[in-house]
Design a protein around this ligand. Structure first.
Ligand SMILES: [Zn+2]
Length: 367
């Protein structure tokens, strides 16, 4: 089965033109879900019958399973081909996409659908390639609005992010990021232990929060910027001592301000950090098709996060209120689409008037 879609989403022959028909789509998703062959989630049996285009019927316990059950696409009402188009679109754009552009590109009925889809896909972007190793630079960064007159670790309103990145010669390797609540020694070492392999060399600035790293099995290379000078007498800057991590931090800020226009709330920041790491770690990949494949694969291996759960996050609650207000406005007839009028088929000569089923609702909370 060929996965090469060719072209871009906007060209004929791009992903919009790729026909993901029922059977091919099912086979593709099933291979991602069960790489070693079908595995019944109820009884573990490996033989099945096919039911329709998407269902697997277990030969032993007769349970029907869809390859997307228990993944980020769990209980989705969207056609699965739309999901694959979304994955293509998201991986094809090197800088990432906004919910609005995704909605337009896929012709989705509502912004909410695109927004939730993007967040679900971001969850599937969590790094899976194991711990960082070798020489690893670690530093903290701040993401968020301006706080005039406040410097560095004293910030109160900005989100605190810790970044670890592999140093490879003059360049850099893989990156890991996490939002943290404070700069306590335990918080910093917990993150480092989670993402950096034991025995690696961790390079930090002179901050005292890193002083216990040697107790955790790391070689600690502390580089305090204070008093460091170039041979010609110029003062050394922090970004010269820890170049890789500063580069990643600058890119992160530019990406949040650029693609997302700074509209990233603290509550949802972790999702964005996952996306940033996904893109950064694959920035040198010349084959966008591989990225598509990787994200599709991770989406099929990541558990579900229902839309309602996204909405129980504080940021989601604000969104929910907005949606409700917009719906009330529409219902009052002051703005937007006309109210839902039952669709009635015109009377045919000699026939009866029949009420057509209304379209499935795409409203918030329904998928
Ligand atoms: Zn079974």
């Amino acid at each position: 089965m060929s996965l090469s879609a060719g072209g871009t989403t906007r060209e004929p022959g791009g992903v919009q033109g790729v026909l993901f028909d029922g059977a091919r789509l099912r086979l593709f998703l099933a291979r991602l879900r069960w790489p070693d062959g079908f595995d019944c989630p109820a009884c573990g049996h490996d033989r099945y019958w096919l039911r329709g285009d998407t269902l697997y019927l277990c030969c032993a316990c007769r349970r029907k399973t869809s390859p997307t059950a228990g993944t980020v696409m769990d209980k989705t009402r969207l056609p699965l081909s739309k999901w694959l188009q979304a994955i293509w679109y998201v991986t094809e754009e090197t800088g990432g996409v906004s919910a609005l552009s995704l909605q337009r590109a896929l012709g989705l009925g509502s912004y909410e659908t695109a927004w939730a889809m993007l967040h679900k896909l971001r969850r599937a972007m969590e790094p899976t390639s194991g711990k960082l190793k070798g020489y690893v630079e670690v530093d903290e960064s701040f993401v968020g609005g301006n706080e005039p007159g406040v410097r560095g670790r004293l910030s109160k309103t900005k989100a605190k992010v810790i970044i670890a990145i592999e140093k490879r010669g003059l360049g850099s390797g893989r990156v890991r990021l996490r939002q943290i609540d404070d700069f306590k020694t335990e918080t910093l070492s917990a993150f480092i232990e989670e993402v950096v392999e034991n025995g690696s060399t961790v390079i930090t600035d002179g901050f005292s929060g890193y002083r216990t790293l040697t107790n955790h099995g790391y070689t600690h290379d502390s580089r305090p910027v204070k008093g460091k000078k170039h041979p010609d007498g110029r003062k050394m800057q922090a970004h010269e001592l820890l170049p890789a991590v500063h580069r990643a931090s600058a890119l992160l800020k530019r990406w949040i301000m650029g693609t997302h226009q700074g509209a990233v709330s603290k509550e949802l920041l972790d999702y964005y950090l996952a996306e940033f790491a996904f893109r950064y770690n694959r920035r040198l990949s010349r084959h966008r098709g591989l990225l598509f494949y990787r994200l599709a694969e991770q989406a099929m291996q990541t558990g579900p996060k229902p839309y309602v759960e996204l909405l129980t996050d504080p940021a989601g609650k604000r969104r929910k209120r907005k949606v409700k207000a917009a719906r009330a406005k529409r219902a009052a007839g002051t703005v937007g689409k006309p109210k839902n009028v039952p669709r009635v088929q015109p009377r045919r000569p000699g026939g009866k008037t029949t009420k057509l089923p209304t379209r499935p609702s795409r409203s918030a909370g329904s998928w």
